[in-house]
Design a protein around this ligand. Structure first.
Ligand code: NG1
Ligand code: ZN
Length: 577
Protein backbone atom coordinates (compact mmCIF):
# COMPACT_ATOMS: atom_id res chain seq x y z
CA UNK A 1 0.00 0.00 0.00
CA UNK A 2 3.01 2.30 -0.32
CA UNK A 3 1.34 4.03 -3.25
CA UNK A 4 -1.05 5.77 -0.85
CA UNK A 5 1.64 8.20 0.16
CA UNK A 6 2.33 9.65 -3.25
CA UNK A 7 -1.18 10.91 -3.82
CA UNK A 8 -0.48 14.52 -2.91
CA UNK A 9 -3.20 17.04 -3.49
CA UNK A 10 -5.78 14.69 -4.86
CA UNK A 11 -6.18 12.89 -1.57
CA UNK A 12 -8.50 15.32 0.12
CA UNK A 13 -10.68 14.45 3.08
CA UNK A 14 -13.91 15.91 1.72
CA UNK A 15 -15.18 15.27 -1.73
CA UNK A 16 -18.73 16.57 -1.73
CA UNK A 17 -18.69 20.21 -2.63
CA UNK A 18 -22.32 20.37 -1.66
CA UNK A 19 -21.91 19.87 2.08
CA UNK A 20 -23.62 22.49 4.27
CA UNK A 21 -21.63 24.74 6.55
CA UNK A 22 -23.59 23.61 9.59
CA UNK A 23 -21.95 20.22 9.78
CA UNK A 24 -18.50 19.79 11.26
CA UNK A 25 -15.78 18.68 8.84
CA UNK A 26 -15.27 14.95 8.64
CA UNK A 27 -11.96 13.98 10.21
CA UNK A 28 -9.80 12.28 7.61
CA UNK A 29 -7.99 9.97 10.01
CA UNK A 30 -9.08 6.35 10.00
CA UNK A 31 -11.33 5.52 12.89
CA UNK A 32 -11.52 2.75 15.40
CA UNK A 33 -15.28 3.00 15.49
CA UNK A 34 -17.77 4.20 12.98
CA UNK A 35 -19.11 7.66 13.84
CA UNK A 36 -22.80 6.94 13.47
CA UNK A 37 -23.85 10.46 14.29
CA UNK A 38 -21.78 11.81 11.40
CA UNK A 39 -23.01 9.03 9.12
CA UNK A 40 -26.62 9.83 9.96
CA UNK A 41 -26.10 13.55 9.49
CA UNK A 42 -24.40 13.16 6.15
CA UNK A 43 -26.85 10.51 5.06
CA UNK A 44 -29.64 13.06 5.55
CA UNK A 45 -27.93 15.23 2.95
CA UNK A 46 -28.08 12.32 0.56
CA UNK A 47 -31.58 11.27 1.50
CA UNK A 48 -33.01 7.99 0.25
CA UNK A 49 -35.72 8.62 -2.35
CA UNK A 50 -38.99 7.23 -0.99
CA UNK A 51 -40.41 4.12 -2.62
CA UNK A 52 -37.40 3.34 -4.80
CA UNK A 53 -35.97 -0.17 -4.54
CA UNK A 54 -32.67 -0.75 -6.28
CA UNK A 55 -30.83 -3.99 -6.89
CA UNK A 56 -27.10 -4.41 -7.48
CA UNK A 57 -27.53 -5.99 -10.91
CA UNK A 58 -25.38 -7.34 -13.73
CA UNK A 59 -23.14 -4.29 -13.56
CA UNK A 60 -23.95 -2.52 -10.31
CA UNK A 61 -26.84 -0.10 -9.68
CA UNK A 62 -28.48 1.59 -12.62
CA UNK A 63 -31.50 3.88 -12.81
CA UNK A 64 -32.50 7.45 -13.50
CA UNK A 65 -29.68 9.73 -12.36
CA UNK A 66 -32.07 11.80 -10.21
CA UNK A 67 -32.65 8.78 -7.94
CA UNK A 68 -29.02 7.90 -7.36
CA UNK A 69 -27.56 10.43 -4.94
CA UNK A 70 -28.25 8.25 -1.87
CA UNK A 71 -26.98 5.13 -3.65
CA UNK A 72 -23.70 6.88 -4.45
CA UNK A 73 -23.24 7.93 -0.84
CA UNK A 74 -23.88 4.35 0.31
CA UNK A 75 -21.44 2.96 -2.27
CA UNK A 76 -18.80 5.30 -0.85
CA UNK A 77 -19.47 3.80 2.60
CA UNK A 78 -19.40 0.25 1.28
CA UNK A 79 -16.22 0.78 -0.72
CA UNK A 80 -14.47 1.79 2.50
CA UNK A 81 -15.62 -1.38 4.27
CA UNK A 82 -14.56 -3.55 1.32
CA UNK A 83 -11.16 -1.82 1.23
CA UNK A 84 -10.68 -2.36 4.96
CA UNK A 85 -11.66 -6.01 4.63
CA UNK A 86 -9.44 -6.78 1.63
CA UNK A 87 -6.65 -4.43 2.79
CA UNK A 88 -6.51 -3.24 -0.79
CA UNK A 89 -7.52 -0.38 -3.03
CA UNK A 90 -11.13 -0.62 -4.25
CA UNK A 91 -12.58 1.20 -7.27
CA UNK A 92 -15.87 3.05 -7.63
CA UNK A 93 -16.97 3.77 -11.19
CA UNK A 94 -19.86 6.13 -11.88
CA UNK A 95 -21.38 5.16 -15.21
CA UNK A 96 -24.44 3.63 -16.84
CA UNK A 97 -22.49 2.28 -19.80
CA UNK A 98 -24.79 1.99 -22.84
CA UNK A 99 -27.94 3.28 -21.07
CA UNK A 100 -29.47 6.61 -22.16
CA UNK A 101 -27.95 9.86 -20.97
CA UNK A 102 -30.65 10.44 -18.30
CA UNK A 103 -29.63 7.24 -16.48
CA UNK A 104 -26.60 6.71 -14.37
CA UNK A 105 -25.12 3.97 -12.26
CA UNK A 106 -22.33 2.84 -10.00
CA UNK A 107 -20.28 -0.28 -9.49
CA UNK A 108 -17.47 -1.29 -7.17
CA UNK A 109 -14.25 -2.80 -8.49
CA UNK A 110 -12.51 -5.50 -6.48
CA UNK A 111 -8.73 -5.68 -5.82
CA UNK A 112 -7.56 -7.32 -9.04
CA UNK A 113 -9.76 -5.11 -11.16
CA UNK A 114 -12.55 -7.66 -11.24
CA UNK A 115 -16.25 -7.26 -10.50
CA UNK A 116 -17.40 -7.11 -6.88
CA UNK A 117 -17.73 -10.45 -5.06
CA UNK A 118 -21.35 -11.72 -5.02
CA UNK A 119 -21.76 -11.63 -1.21
CA UNK A 120 -20.85 -7.94 -1.31
CA UNK A 121 -23.41 -7.35 -4.05
CA UNK A 122 -26.00 -8.49 -1.52
CA UNK A 123 -24.56 -6.14 1.10
CA UNK A 124 -24.74 -3.33 -1.46
CA UNK A 125 -28.42 -4.00 -2.17
CA UNK A 126 -29.22 -4.15 1.53
CA UNK A 127 -27.33 -0.97 2.37
CA UNK A 128 -28.78 1.10 -0.45
CA UNK A 129 -32.35 0.09 0.39
CA UNK A 130 -31.99 0.50 4.16
CA UNK A 131 -34.03 3.29 5.73
CA UNK A 132 -32.02 5.90 7.61
CA UNK A 133 -32.87 4.39 11.00
CA UNK A 134 -31.58 1.00 9.82
CA UNK A 135 -28.27 2.26 8.42
CA UNK A 136 -26.29 1.77 11.65
CA UNK A 137 -27.54 -1.77 12.03
CA UNK A 138 -26.80 -2.72 8.40
CA UNK A 139 -23.28 -1.28 8.48
CA UNK A 140 -22.49 -3.01 11.77
CA UNK A 141 -23.89 -6.25 10.47
CA UNK A 142 -21.78 -6.13 7.29
CA UNK A 143 -18.66 -5.49 9.39
CA UNK A 144 -19.51 -8.43 11.62
CA UNK A 145 -20.33 -10.84 8.81
CA UNK A 146 -17.28 -9.89 6.77
CA UNK A 147 -14.89 -9.54 9.67
CA UNK A 148 -13.99 -5.95 8.78
CA UNK A 149 -11.22 -4.45 10.92
CA UNK A 150 -12.26 -0.86 11.41
CA UNK A 151 -8.74 0.23 12.39
CA UNK A 152 -7.50 -0.78 8.95
CA UNK A 153 -6.93 2.08 6.52
CA UNK A 154 -9.08 2.30 3.42
CA UNK A 155 -8.20 3.62 0.00
CA UNK A 156 -10.57 4.11 -2.91
CA UNK A 157 -10.10 5.21 -6.51
CA UNK A 158 -12.98 6.86 -8.32
CA UNK A 159 -13.74 7.40 -11.98
CA UNK A 160 -16.67 8.66 -13.99
CA UNK A 161 -18.03 8.79 -17.53
CA UNK A 162 -19.10 11.91 -19.44
CA UNK A 163 -22.78 11.96 -18.43
CA UNK A 164 -23.88 15.41 -17.21
CA UNK A 165 -24.92 13.86 -13.87
CA UNK A 166 -21.70 11.94 -13.24
CA UNK A 167 -19.59 14.64 -11.61
CA UNK A 168 -22.08 15.50 -8.89
CA UNK A 169 -22.82 11.85 -8.23
CA UNK A 170 -19.15 11.03 -7.85
CA UNK A 171 -18.97 13.78 -5.22
CA UNK A 172 -21.68 11.97 -3.29
CA UNK A 173 -19.45 8.88 -3.39
CA UNK A 174 -16.58 10.85 -1.89
CA UNK A 175 -18.84 12.04 0.93
CA UNK A 176 -19.55 8.42 1.80
CA UNK A 177 -15.87 7.57 1.70
CA UNK A 178 -14.86 10.52 3.83
CA UNK A 179 -17.48 10.05 6.51
CA UNK A 180 -16.00 6.60 7.19
CA UNK A 181 -12.46 8.02 7.28
CA UNK A 182 -11.40 6.53 3.94
CA UNK A 183 -8.95 8.21 1.60
CA UNK A 184 -9.36 8.43 -2.11
CA UNK A 185 -7.96 9.46 -5.44
CA UNK A 186 -10.36 10.77 -8.04
CA UNK A 187 -9.23 9.96 -11.59
CA UNK A 188 -12.05 12.08 -12.96
CA UNK A 189 -13.07 11.24 -16.52
CA UNK A 190 -11.83 7.74 -17.41
CA UNK A 191 -13.21 4.77 -19.29
CA UNK A 192 -14.56 2.00 -17.07
CA UNK A 193 -11.71 -0.38 -18.06
CA UNK A 194 -9.13 2.31 -17.31
CA UNK A 195 -10.39 2.44 -13.72
CA UNK A 196 -10.27 -1.36 -13.49
CA UNK A 197 -6.68 -1.16 -14.76
CA UNK A 198 -5.76 1.45 -12.09
CA UNK A 199 -7.15 -0.76 -9.31
CA UNK A 200 -5.15 -3.74 -10.53
CA UNK A 201 -1.95 -1.71 -10.91
CA UNK A 202 -2.24 -0.31 -7.40
CA UNK A 203 -2.87 -3.70 -5.83
CA UNK A 204 0.03 -5.40 -7.62
CA UNK A 205 2.57 -2.77 -6.58
CA UNK A 206 2.75 -1.54 -10.15
CA UNK A 207 3.72 -4.92 -11.61
CA UNK A 208 0.64 -4.91 -13.83
CA UNK A 209 1.45 -1.36 -14.97
CA UNK A 210 1.72 2.22 -13.79
CA UNK A 211 -1.50 3.46 -12.23
CA UNK A 212 -1.92 6.55 -14.41
CA UNK A 213 -3.66 7.12 -17.74
CA UNK A 214 -0.21 7.74 -19.25
CA UNK A 215 0.91 4.38 -17.84
CA UNK A 216 -2.11 2.76 -19.48
CA UNK A 217 -1.40 4.37 -22.87
CA UNK A 218 2.29 3.48 -22.71
CA UNK A 219 1.67 -0.13 -21.76
CA UNK A 220 -0.84 -0.72 -24.54
CA UNK A 221 0.94 1.22 -27.27
CA UNK A 222 4.34 -0.37 -26.52
CA UNK A 223 2.78 -3.83 -26.72
CA UNK A 224 0.97 -2.93 -29.96
CA UNK A 225 4.17 -1.63 -31.60
CA UNK A 226 6.13 -4.71 -30.54
CA UNK A 227 3.42 -7.11 -31.69
CA UNK A 228 3.00 -5.53 -35.10
CA UNK A 229 6.58 -4.49 -35.84
CA UNK A 230 7.12 -7.26 -38.39
CA UNK A 231 3.91 -6.57 -40.30
CA UNK A 232 3.77 -5.02 -43.69
CA UNK A 233 2.75 -1.42 -43.11
CA UNK A 234 1.28 -1.29 -46.58
CA UNK A 235 -0.94 -4.25 -45.78
CA UNK A 236 -4.61 -4.04 -46.70
CA UNK A 237 -5.69 -3.96 -43.08
CA UNK A 238 -3.63 -0.83 -42.48
CA UNK A 239 -6.29 1.43 -43.92
CA UNK A 240 -7.87 3.91 -41.52
CA UNK A 241 -10.22 2.59 -38.87
CA UNK A 242 -13.41 4.59 -38.38
CA UNK A 243 -14.54 4.66 -34.77
CA UNK A 244 -18.04 5.55 -33.55
CA UNK A 245 -17.37 6.77 -30.00
CA UNK A 246 -21.07 6.78 -28.92
CA UNK A 247 -20.65 10.44 -27.84
CA UNK A 248 -18.95 9.06 -24.75
CA UNK A 249 -15.69 8.93 -22.85
CA UNK A 250 -14.01 6.79 -25.54
CA UNK A 251 -13.77 9.88 -27.77
CA UNK A 252 -11.70 11.79 -25.21
CA UNK A 253 -9.49 8.87 -24.32
CA UNK A 254 -8.75 7.88 -27.92
CA UNK A 255 -7.71 11.46 -28.60
CA UNK A 256 -5.37 11.34 -25.61
CA UNK A 257 -3.97 8.03 -26.77
CA UNK A 258 -3.44 8.99 -30.41
CA UNK A 259 0.06 10.45 -29.91
CA UNK A 260 1.18 7.18 -28.31
CA UNK A 261 0.07 5.11 -31.28
CA UNK A 262 2.37 4.54 -34.20
CA UNK A 263 1.81 6.63 -37.31
CA UNK A 264 0.60 3.69 -39.33
CA UNK A 265 -2.41 3.16 -37.09
CA UNK A 266 -4.78 5.75 -38.49
CA UNK A 267 -8.08 6.32 -36.74
CA UNK A 268 -10.94 8.64 -37.49
CA UNK A 269 -13.23 9.34 -34.57
CA UNK A 270 -16.97 10.00 -35.00
CA UNK A 271 -19.73 10.79 -32.52
CA UNK A 272 -17.23 12.45 -30.23
CA UNK A 273 -19.83 14.20 -28.06
CA UNK A 274 -19.76 17.63 -29.69
CA UNK A 275 -23.25 17.28 -31.20
CA UNK A 276 -25.23 14.14 -30.43
CA UNK A 277 -26.44 12.62 -27.18
CA UNK A 278 -24.64 9.79 -25.42
CA UNK A 279 -25.55 6.37 -26.88
CA UNK A 280 -28.36 7.92 -28.92
CA UNK A 281 -28.66 6.22 -32.33
CA UNK A 282 -25.02 5.25 -32.06
CA UNK A 283 -22.62 3.15 -29.98
CA UNK A 284 -21.99 -0.58 -29.73
CA UNK A 285 -25.32 -1.48 -28.10
CA UNK A 286 -27.37 0.41 -30.70
CA UNK A 287 -25.49 -1.19 -33.61
CA UNK A 288 -25.70 -4.68 -32.12
CA UNK A 289 -29.30 -4.67 -30.91
CA UNK A 290 -30.89 -2.73 -33.78
CA UNK A 291 -28.52 -4.17 -36.39
CA UNK A 292 -28.26 -0.71 -37.90
CA UNK A 293 -25.44 1.69 -38.81
CA UNK A 294 -24.78 4.38 -36.24
CA UNK A 295 -25.68 7.92 -37.25
CA UNK A 296 -22.94 10.43 -37.91
CA UNK A 297 -20.47 8.12 -39.60
CA UNK A 298 -19.62 8.53 -43.24
CA UNK A 299 -18.53 5.25 -44.76
CA UNK A 300 -17.94 3.53 -48.05
CA UNK A 301 -18.54 -0.17 -48.72
CA UNK A 302 -15.81 -2.35 -47.26
CA UNK A 303 -14.36 0.28 -44.92
CA UNK A 304 -13.41 -1.01 -41.48
CA UNK A 305 -15.49 0.57 -38.72
CA UNK A 306 -16.15 -0.08 -35.06
CA UNK A 307 -18.44 1.23 -32.31
CA UNK A 308 -17.62 1.69 -28.63
CA UNK A 309 -20.31 1.93 -25.98
CA UNK A 310 -20.72 4.92 -23.66
CA UNK A 311 -18.05 3.92 -21.13
CA UNK A 312 -15.78 2.18 -23.67
CA UNK A 313 -15.85 -1.34 -22.28
CA UNK A 314 -17.59 -2.83 -25.31
CA UNK A 315 -16.70 -2.86 -28.97
CA UNK A 316 -18.27 -4.24 -32.13
CA UNK A 317 -16.85 -4.00 -35.65
CA UNK A 318 -18.89 -3.50 -38.79
CA UNK A 319 -18.73 -2.55 -42.44
CA UNK A 320 -21.11 -1.95 -45.31
CA UNK A 321 -21.44 -4.86 -47.69
CA UNK A 322 -21.89 -4.68 -51.47
CA UNK A 323 -25.68 -4.48 -51.01
CA UNK A 324 -25.20 -1.49 -48.68
CA UNK A 325 -26.36 -3.58 -45.72
CA UNK A 326 -24.75 -3.72 -42.30
CA UNK A 327 -22.26 -6.49 -41.87
CA UNK A 328 -21.75 -6.85 -38.11
CA UNK A 329 -18.71 -8.42 -36.46
CA UNK A 330 -19.80 -8.70 -32.84
CA UNK A 331 -18.21 -10.09 -29.67
CA UNK A 332 -18.49 -13.65 -31.01
CA UNK A 333 -16.51 -12.77 -34.14
CA UNK A 334 -13.91 -10.99 -32.00
CA UNK A 335 -13.62 -14.03 -29.68
CA UNK A 336 -13.18 -16.27 -32.72
CA UNK A 337 -10.44 -14.09 -34.20
CA UNK A 338 -8.55 -13.84 -30.90
CA UNK A 339 -8.84 -17.50 -29.92
CA UNK A 340 -7.77 -18.68 -33.38
CA UNK A 341 -4.75 -16.37 -33.18
CA UNK A 342 -3.82 -17.56 -29.70
CA UNK A 343 -4.23 -21.21 -30.63
CA UNK A 344 -1.96 -20.80 -33.66
CA UNK A 345 0.70 -19.08 -31.55
CA UNK A 346 0.51 -21.73 -28.82
CA UNK A 347 0.97 -24.43 -31.45
CA UNK A 348 3.93 -22.59 -32.98
CA UNK A 349 5.53 -22.09 -29.57
CA UNK A 350 4.92 -25.76 -28.70
CA UNK A 351 3.07 -24.76 -25.53
CA UNK A 352 0.51 -27.20 -24.17
CA UNK A 353 -1.58 -24.72 -22.22
CA UNK A 354 -5.35 -25.14 -21.90
CA UNK A 355 -7.34 -22.65 -23.96
CA UNK A 356 -11.12 -22.24 -23.81
CA UNK A 357 -13.74 -19.79 -25.00
CA UNK A 358 -16.54 -18.68 -22.67
CA UNK A 359 -19.82 -17.40 -24.07
CA UNK A 360 -23.36 -16.69 -22.90
CA UNK A 361 -26.70 -17.83 -24.30
CA UNK A 362 -26.64 -14.75 -26.55
CA UNK A 363 -23.69 -16.13 -28.54
CA UNK A 364 -24.68 -16.81 -32.11
CA UNK A 365 -25.16 -20.55 -32.70
CA UNK A 366 -22.83 -20.38 -35.71
CA UNK A 367 -19.98 -19.00 -33.63
CA UNK A 368 -20.25 -21.80 -31.08
CA UNK A 369 -20.26 -24.37 -33.84
CA UNK A 370 -17.30 -22.80 -35.65
CA UNK A 371 -15.25 -22.59 -32.46
CA UNK A 372 -15.95 -26.21 -31.54
CA UNK A 373 -15.72 -27.79 -34.98
CA UNK A 374 -13.21 -25.67 -36.90
CA UNK A 375 -11.00 -23.90 -34.36
CA UNK A 376 -11.36 -26.95 -32.11
CA UNK A 377 -11.40 -25.12 -28.79
CA UNK A 378 -13.67 -26.08 -25.90
CA UNK A 379 -16.59 -23.67 -25.51
CA UNK A 380 -18.50 -23.08 -22.27
CA UNK A 381 -21.78 -21.26 -21.78
CA UNK A 382 -22.45 -19.30 -18.57
CA UNK A 383 -25.03 -16.84 -17.26
CA UNK A 384 -25.10 -13.29 -18.66
CA UNK A 385 -22.85 -10.83 -16.88
CA UNK A 386 -19.14 -10.37 -17.14
CA UNK A 387 -18.48 -11.69 -13.65
CA UNK A 388 -19.75 -15.14 -14.67
CA UNK A 389 -17.66 -15.21 -17.82
CA UNK A 390 -14.55 -13.94 -16.06
CA UNK A 391 -14.91 -16.48 -13.29
CA UNK A 392 -15.28 -19.40 -15.70
CA UNK A 393 -12.38 -18.17 -17.87
CA UNK A 394 -10.11 -18.33 -14.84
CA UNK A 395 -10.48 -22.12 -14.77
CA UNK A 396 -8.17 -22.37 -17.80
CA UNK A 397 -4.56 -21.42 -18.54
CA UNK A 398 -5.97 -19.06 -21.12
CA UNK A 399 -9.65 -18.12 -21.07
CA UNK A 400 -11.09 -16.03 -23.89
CA UNK A 401 -14.46 -14.61 -22.93
CA UNK A 402 -16.82 -12.39 -24.87
CA UNK A 403 -20.46 -11.48 -24.67
CA UNK A 404 -22.05 -11.19 -28.11
CA UNK A 405 -22.54 -7.48 -27.39
CA UNK A 406 -18.77 -6.96 -27.56
CA UNK A 407 -17.80 -7.02 -23.91
CA UNK A 408 -14.90 -9.34 -23.31
CA UNK A 409 -11.23 -9.99 -22.82
CA UNK A 410 -8.70 -12.76 -22.28
CA UNK A 411 -7.37 -13.93 -18.92
CA UNK A 412 -4.09 -15.77 -18.48
CA UNK A 413 -3.32 -17.81 -15.39
CA UNK A 414 -0.23 -16.78 -13.44
CA UNK A 415 1.47 -20.04 -14.39
CA UNK A 416 0.66 -19.61 -18.09
CA UNK A 417 1.98 -16.07 -18.07
CA UNK A 418 5.20 -17.18 -16.39
CA UNK A 419 5.70 -20.03 -18.86
CA UNK A 420 5.20 -17.72 -21.83
CA UNK A 421 7.46 -14.98 -20.46
CA UNK A 422 10.20 -17.51 -19.65
CA UNK A 423 10.01 -19.07 -23.07
CA UNK A 424 10.16 -15.65 -24.74
CA UNK A 425 13.44 -15.07 -22.85
CA UNK A 426 15.07 -18.50 -22.88
CA UNK A 427 13.80 -20.52 -25.85
CA UNK A 428 16.65 -21.60 -28.19
CA UNK A 429 14.50 -22.42 -31.22
CA UNK A 430 14.07 -19.04 -33.00
CA UNK A 431 10.61 -19.79 -34.39
CA UNK A 432 9.27 -20.96 -31.06
CA UNK A 433 10.89 -17.97 -29.34
CA UNK A 434 9.25 -15.60 -31.81
CA UNK A 435 5.83 -17.16 -31.18
CA UNK A 436 6.37 -16.90 -27.42
CA UNK A 437 7.34 -13.24 -27.78
CA UNK A 438 4.19 -12.57 -29.73
CA UNK A 439 2.16 -14.27 -27.02
CA UNK A 440 3.94 -12.13 -24.43
CA UNK A 441 3.10 -8.94 -26.32
CA UNK A 442 -0.49 -10.07 -26.66
CA UNK A 443 -0.66 -10.54 -22.89
CA UNK A 444 0.56 -6.96 -22.43
CA UNK A 445 -1.86 -5.59 -25.00
CA UNK A 446 -4.86 -7.17 -23.30
CA UNK A 447 -6.60 -5.59 -20.31
CA UNK A 448 -6.97 -8.74 -18.25
CA UNK A 449 -8.97 -6.96 -15.56
CA UNK A 450 -12.06 -6.49 -17.71
CA UNK A 451 -13.41 -6.05 -21.26
CA UNK A 452 -11.89 -2.92 -22.74
CA UNK A 453 -12.89 -1.38 -26.09
CA UNK A 454 -9.54 0.37 -26.61
CA UNK A 455 -7.46 -2.69 -25.76
CA UNK A 456 -9.73 -5.08 -27.70
CA UNK A 457 -9.59 -2.75 -30.71
CA UNK A 458 -5.78 -2.80 -30.63
CA UNK A 459 -5.74 -6.59 -30.34
CA UNK A 460 -8.09 -6.94 -33.33
CA UNK A 461 -6.13 -4.39 -35.37
CA UNK A 462 -2.85 -6.19 -34.59
CA UNK A 463 -4.25 -9.58 -35.58
CA UNK A 464 -5.76 -8.25 -38.81
CA UNK A 465 -2.44 -6.62 -39.67
CA UNK A 466 -0.44 -9.77 -38.82
CA UNK A 467 -2.76 -11.97 -40.86
CA UNK A 468 -3.12 -9.36 -43.60
CA UNK A 469 -6.87 -9.84 -43.28
CA UNK A 470 -9.49 -7.42 -44.55
CA UNK A 471 -12.65 -7.05 -42.49
CA UNK A 472 -14.52 -9.07 -45.14
CA UNK A 473 -12.04 -11.94 -44.88
CA UNK A 474 -12.41 -11.92 -41.13
CA UNK A 475 -16.21 -11.85 -41.46
CA UNK A 476 -16.18 -14.76 -43.90
CA UNK A 477 -14.81 -17.16 -41.23
CA UNK A 478 -18.42 -18.16 -40.51
CA UNK A 479 -21.88 -16.84 -41.32
CA UNK A 480 -24.03 -15.70 -38.39
CA UNK A 481 -27.50 -17.14 -37.97
CA UNK A 482 -30.07 -14.35 -38.35
CA UNK A 483 -31.22 -13.27 -34.89
CA UNK A 484 -33.39 -10.80 -33.06
CA UNK A 485 -33.41 -9.33 -29.56
CA UNK A 486 -36.57 -7.79 -28.10
CA UNK A 487 -37.72 -6.38 -24.75
CA UNK A 488 -41.04 -6.95 -22.99
CA UNK A 489 -42.31 -4.83 -20.12
CA UNK A 490 -43.86 -6.84 -17.29
CA UNK A 491 -45.15 -5.87 -13.84
CA UNK A 492 -42.37 -7.73 -12.04
CA UNK A 493 -39.59 -9.29 -14.09
CA UNK A 494 -38.56 -11.45 -11.15
CA UNK A 495 -41.45 -13.80 -11.98
CA UNK A 496 -39.11 -15.25 -14.60
CA UNK A 497 -36.61 -17.67 -13.17
CA UNK A 498 -34.16 -19.50 -15.41
CA UNK A 499 -31.80 -22.46 -15.44
CA UNK A 500 -29.17 -24.03 -17.74
CA UNK A 501 -27.14 -20.80 -18.11
CA UNK A 502 -30.41 -18.91 -18.66
CA UNK A 503 -31.36 -20.96 -21.69
CA UNK A 504 -34.53 -22.35 -20.09
CA UNK A 505 -37.26 -20.66 -18.06
CA UNK A 506 -38.35 -22.48 -14.91
CA UNK A 507 -41.12 -20.01 -14.06
CA UNK A 508 -43.78 -18.83 -14.77
CA UNK A 509 -45.43 -22.18 -15.39
CA UNK A 510 -46.04 -23.03 -19.01
CA UNK A 511 -43.69 -20.42 -20.48
CA UNK A 512 -40.84 -22.77 -21.40
CA UNK A 513 -43.27 -25.30 -22.92
CA UNK A 514 -44.70 -22.51 -25.08
CA UNK A 515 -41.18 -21.41 -26.16
CA UNK A 516 -40.31 -25.03 -27.02
CA UNK A 517 -43.43 -25.40 -29.15
CA UNK A 518 -42.74 -22.15 -31.00
CA UNK A 519 -39.07 -22.95 -31.59
CA UNK A 520 -39.98 -26.30 -33.18
CA UNK A 521 -41.85 -24.45 -35.93
CA UNK A 522 -38.65 -22.93 -37.37
CA UNK A 523 -35.43 -24.31 -38.76
CA UNK A 524 -32.10 -23.94 -36.93
CA UNK A 525 -34.11 -22.11 -34.30
CA UNK A 526 -33.32 -21.28 -30.71
CA UNK A 527 -35.02 -18.88 -28.32
CA UNK A 528 -34.85 -17.95 -24.66
CA UNK A 529 -36.02 -15.26 -22.24
CA UNK A 530 -34.50 -13.79 -19.11
CA UNK A 531 -35.05 -10.80 -16.80
CA UNK A 532 -32.57 -8.03 -17.54
CA UNK A 533 -30.16 -7.11 -14.77
CA UNK A 534 -29.75 -3.53 -15.96
CA UNK A 535 -33.19 -2.51 -17.20
CA UNK A 536 -36.72 -3.10 -15.94
CA UNK A 537 -37.59 -5.45 -18.82
CA UNK A 538 -37.60 -9.09 -19.85
CA UNK A 539 -35.22 -9.78 -22.74
CA UNK A 540 -36.18 -12.09 -25.57
CA UNK A 541 -33.63 -13.65 -27.93
CA UNK A 542 -34.35 -15.73 -31.01
CA UNK A 543 -32.32 -17.03 -33.90
CA UNK A 544 -33.39 -19.02 -36.96
CA UNK A 545 -32.46 -19.82 -40.55
CA UNK A 546 -33.77 -16.53 -41.98
CA UNK A 547 -34.17 -13.03 -40.58
CA UNK A 548 -37.90 -13.22 -41.18
CA UNK A 549 -38.13 -16.39 -39.11
CA UNK A 550 -35.91 -15.02 -36.35
CA UNK A 551 -38.16 -11.94 -36.21
CA UNK A 552 -41.33 -14.02 -36.18
CA UNK A 553 -40.04 -16.34 -33.48
CA UNK A 554 -38.87 -13.42 -31.32
CA UNK A 555 -42.27 -11.79 -31.69
CA UNK A 556 -44.19 -14.97 -30.80
CA UNK A 557 -41.99 -15.51 -27.75
CA UNK A 558 -42.53 -11.87 -26.70
CA UNK A 559 -46.28 -12.45 -26.82
CA UNK A 560 -45.87 -15.57 -24.69
CA UNK A 561 -43.92 -13.55 -22.11
CA UNK A 562 -46.49 -10.77 -22.20
CA UNK A 563 -49.38 -13.18 -21.58
CA UNK A 564 -47.73 -15.57 -19.13
CA UNK A 565 -45.41 -13.27 -17.18
CA UNK A 566 -47.65 -10.29 -16.46
CA UNK A 567 -47.01 -7.96 -19.39
CA UNK A 568 -47.92 -4.31 -18.91
CA UNK A 569 -49.04 -1.74 -21.48
CA UNK A 570 -49.86 -2.69 -25.02
CA UNK A 571 -49.01 -6.23 -26.19
CA UNK A 572 -45.84 -6.44 -28.35
CA UNK A 573 -46.54 -5.52 -31.97
CA UNK A 574 -45.04 -7.23 -34.98
CA UNK A 575 -42.93 -4.14 -35.62
CA UNK A 576 -39.61 -5.44 -34.36
CA UNK A 577 -37.19 -2.72 -35.40
P1 NG1 B 1 -28.80 -7.32 -18.98
O1 NG1 B 1 -29.54 -6.02 -18.91
O2 NG1 B 1 -28.79 -8.12 -17.67
O3 NG1 B 1 -29.22 -8.12 -20.15
C1 NG1 B 1 -26.73 -6.18 -20.22
C2 NG1 B 1 -26.09 -7.10 -21.22
C3 NG1 B 1 -25.07 -7.94 -20.49
C4 NG1 B 1 -24.05 -7.09 -19.76
C5 NG1 B 1 -24.76 -6.03 -18.91
C6 NG1 B 1 -23.82 -5.03 -18.29
C7 NG1 B 1 -27.09 -8.19 -23.16
C8 NG1 B 1 -28.14 -9.08 -23.68
N1 NG1 B 1 -27.07 -7.99 -21.84
O4 NG1 B 1 -27.26 -6.97 -19.19
O5 NG1 B 1 -24.44 -8.79 -21.40
O6 NG1 B 1 -23.13 -6.50 -20.66
O7 NG1 B 1 -25.74 -5.32 -19.67
O8 NG1 B 1 -23.56 -3.92 -19.07
O9 NG1 B 1 -26.29 -7.68 -23.96
ZN1 ZN C 1 -20.20 -0.43 -21.07
Amino acid sequence: MSNWISLGQSCVPLGGLTLPVLLPPIPSASRKEMDFEAITNYSKLHAKPPGVFLQYGTAGFRTKAENLDHTMFCMGLLAVLRSKQTKATIGVMVTASHNPEEDNGVKLIDPLGEMLAPTWEDHATRLVNAEERELQHVLTDICKKEDVTLQQEAFIVIGRDTRPSSKKLSQSVTDGISVLGGQYHDYGLVTTPQLHYMVRCRNTDGIYGTATVQGYYEKLSNAFVELTKETNHQSRSRTALKIDCANGIGALKLKEMEPYLPKYFVMHRYNVGSKGKLNHLCGADFVKVHQKFPVGLEMKPGERCCSFDGDADRIVYFCEDAAECLCLLDGDKIATLISTFLKELLDKAGQTLTLAVIQTAYANGSSTRYLKETVKVPVHCVKTGVKHLHHKAQEFDIGVYFEANGHGTVVFSKAAEEKIRNQAKEEKDPQKREAAKMLENTIDLINQAVGDAISDMLVVEAILALKDFTIQEWDALYVDLPNRQLKVKVADRRVIDTTDAERRAVTPPGLQERIDRLTKQFQLARAFVRPSGTEDVVRVYAEANTQENADRLAHEVSLAVYHLAGGVGEPPTTEVR
